[in-house]
Design a protein around this ligand. Sequence first.
Ligand SMILES: Cc1ncc(COP(=O)(O)O)c(C=O)c1O
Length: 390
Amino acid sequence: MEYRFATRMSEMKPSTIREILKLTESADVISFAGGLPAPELFPVDDIRAAAERTLKSFGAQALQYGVSDGIKSLREQIAIDMKTRGVTCDADDILITTGSQQAIDLIGKIMLDPGDAIYTENPTYLAAIQAFQSFQAKFVPIPTDEGGIIPEALDEIAATKPAKFLYIISNFQNPTGRTLASERRAKIYEIAARRGFLIVEDDPYGRLRYKGEHIPPIKAMDDKGNVLYLSTFSKTVAPGLRTGWIVAPKGVRAKLLVAKQASDLHTSSFDQLLLDRYLRDFDNSVHVERIRRAYGERYAAMDAALSRSMGKGWSWTKPDGGMFLWLRGPEGTNTSEILSRAVRENVAFVPGVDFFPNHEGLNYMRLNFSNANPDTIRAGVSRLAAICGE
Ligand SMILES: Cc1ncc(COP(=O)(O)O)c(C=O)c1O
C-alpha cells in the first residue's frame, strides 16, 4: 500500500529529544537531554491519598466522561493561583487542557491557516515548533539576548512582516533558561497592541524561581484581551497527570473549546478531580519550595562543574530558575557530532540546532539539570567536558 499522507506531514519531523531519549534508557547513561522533572520529588504519598479520597467521594462519577471546559472547582483554584502570579481572572476565563502542549496545539488549530506567519524567540521550544509546523506556519524568529526578545528588533521586523501571534516563554525559557526582562514585557505588550498581533505567553516554569523576585507575566497588564496565557501542573505537581490550562479572552476561549471537543472531548476527569483534591488537602506551595531548593542546588552544581571543566571558548547562561541551561561552543563546533561521541561515552544532551526554527546554531546545546542529583551532574559534566575538549 502506498500511504498518501497529508502535505503537512512532510514538514513534521520526529522530535530529536524523543529519539535521543530512546538511546538513553540504559541505566549507565547520564542524560541531560530530556526536560524531565525529578521523579524522586513527586508528591507520591499525597497523590495516593488524594486519589483514594477522590474515588471515595465521587465513586464511578470520577471515571465518567466530563465537560470539555474542565472541572469548575479546579478552574476556581487555578484562578486563585493566577492571582498570586499577578493575573486577575475567574474560572470562566480558564480552559483546562491536556498539558500545556495541547494548549499550544489548539491555539495553532484555531489561529493558523497554511502559510500564516508567527513570531518566536530564536531559539524556542522544540515541541512548539513541531506543533505550529503541523499547521504549516511560517516562522519569523526574533533576535534575543540575555534579557530575552529584543523589543526594538521585534518592532522593526513586525513593521514589514505581519504575523498572527508572538509565541513567547517569558520565564526560564526552554531551551535557554533566560527570563524576559521586566521592562521589556510592557514594551512587547505595547508593540503587539500597536501592530495588531496576539501574544501567546507560555509559562510552565514561572513558579520554579530559585533566585530573585517574581516578575508578573505579560498577561498581568492585559486589559485589551491581547494575551493568551498558558501554564501547567507538569512542573509543580507531576507531568504524568497531563493537566494544564489556558487563560483566554471570552471570544478566543469559545473557539478553543470547540477545537478541544474535536481533539479529545475533555481532559481526564479522574486526573482533574484528583488534582483538585490534592490542591485543597495539601499545601502545594510547600512542595514547590522543595523542588525549587533542589533545582537551585542542581543548577549550582552544574554551573560549578562546567566552570571547572569546560575548555576555553565555551560559555553558558545563568538562569534564575527553571530546568535548563544553554551552552555555546566556539565557532565551528558542531554539537550534533559531539552528541554521537557523547552517547558512546554514556552522556547525553540535546543539540541546539533543533530549537532554531531556521536550523541555525550548530554550536549550541541544551542541558537539563533537574533530573540528576549533584553527584551525577558532576560525573556527567566531566564526561561531557572531556568530549567537548577533544
Ligand atoms: C515551554 C514549554 N511549553 C510547554 C511544555 C509542555 O508541558 P506539558 O504539556 O507537560 O504541560 C513544555 C514541556 O517541557 C515546555 O517546556
